[in-house]
Design a protein around this ligand. Structure first.
Ligand code: OGA
Ligand code: MN
Length: 284
């Protein structure tokens, strides 16, 4: 069967049909669709963790253990897979229970942020738990000139500390980071408008979860510009909502999109996902 891509408005987000993640020959079509659409969805994948790792490696080296990820949520024996889950085994949570419930780009606070995330749904709730994606390439291209000139050539600071401290203070059930991990959480500056290294297109590289300030601006002005950028990015025409089915594999380009996982009723339902992350380059 030929590989076919169905895409949403503006070419953003696409469903790739007829591709087999385990067939090496299908990879170039999948990779093309990933670059063209920023988010790609594949349904009905029966993907073992080993097969997910092998498939993910075709994109590039995997990220594995990070200072921002508690060791307890890494798949035993396969640390390239992070478990997102509210399942408990012997009374203990096996994954991050409340991952990504805010607008962010994965690991953007690292010196070389994540290039792509591959998320495979093992079990999903019948309602809630959708993931929203915002296309920051279209957002950049439609940015009013007045706002564009305020960010021209500027960099912004990114950190995981702020979000981590907020969720822990709010009583997150996730396993805590060790003191050593917390101290290793760096703060990095990246260009606000970055150039996608593979497509050459410009995208906005800021998000409400991890971007704290604009370099060289006073606090009030920095917050003002960031708020205006976020308001622009979160217009409905830039957003794709993914409603999960078990067996879905979704791949997103963290250089181009930000995302937000919606909550679900964790007392009634189980949501169990396997996540792998691919290393990216230093943004420019
Ligand atoms: C994450 C994340 C999204 C989801 O783990 O970083 O954003 O839908 N997850 O679980
Ligand atoms: Mn995420």
């Amino acid at each position: 069967m030929a590989i076919d891509v169905q895409s949403g408005p503006g070419g953003f987000a696409g469903e790739v049909r007829g591709a087999d993640l385990e067939r090496a020959g299908d990879f170039s079509a999948i990779h093309r669709a990933f670059l063209d659409h920023g988010v790609i969805v594949m349904r009905d994948c029966s993907l073992t963790p080993e097969a997910q790792i092998a498939f993910s490696r075709r994109f590039g080296p995997l990220m594995g253990r990070r200072p921002s990820t508690p060791d307890k949520v890494l798949m035993p024996g396969l640390p390239e897979i992070v478990i997102l889950s509210n399942r408990k085994v012997n009374g203990e949570t096996v994954g991050i229970t409340d991952a990504g419930r805010y607008w962010h780009s994965d690991l953007c606070f690292e010196e070389k942020p994540n290039m792509a995330t591959i998320l495979h749904a093992v079990e999903v709730p019948p309602e809630g738990g959708d993931t929203l994606f915002a296309d920051l390439q279209q957002a950049y291209e439609t940015l009013p000139d007045t706002l564009k000139s305020r960010i021209d050539g500027k960099r912004a600071a990114h950190t995981f500390r702020k979000h981590y401290l907020e969720v822990m203070a709010a009583g997150s059930p996730r396993p805590p980071l060790t003191q050593e991990q917390f101290e290793a959480l760096a703060l990095n500056y990246h260009p606000i408008a970055r150039t996608h290294p593979e497509t050459g297109r410009k995208t906005l590289f800021v998000n409400p979860g991890h971007t704290t300030e604009i370099e060289g601006m006073d606090e009030a002005e920095s917050q003002d510009v960031l708020d205006a950028l976020f308001e622009h990015c979160l217009q409905p025409e830039f957003i794709y909502r993914h409603q999960w089915k078990a067996g879905d594999t979704v791949i997103w380009d963290n250089r181009r999109v930000m995302h937000n996982a919606e909550p679900y009723d964790m007392d009634r339902y189980t949501r169990h996902m396997h996540r792998s992350c691919i290393h990216g380059d230093k943004p420019y």
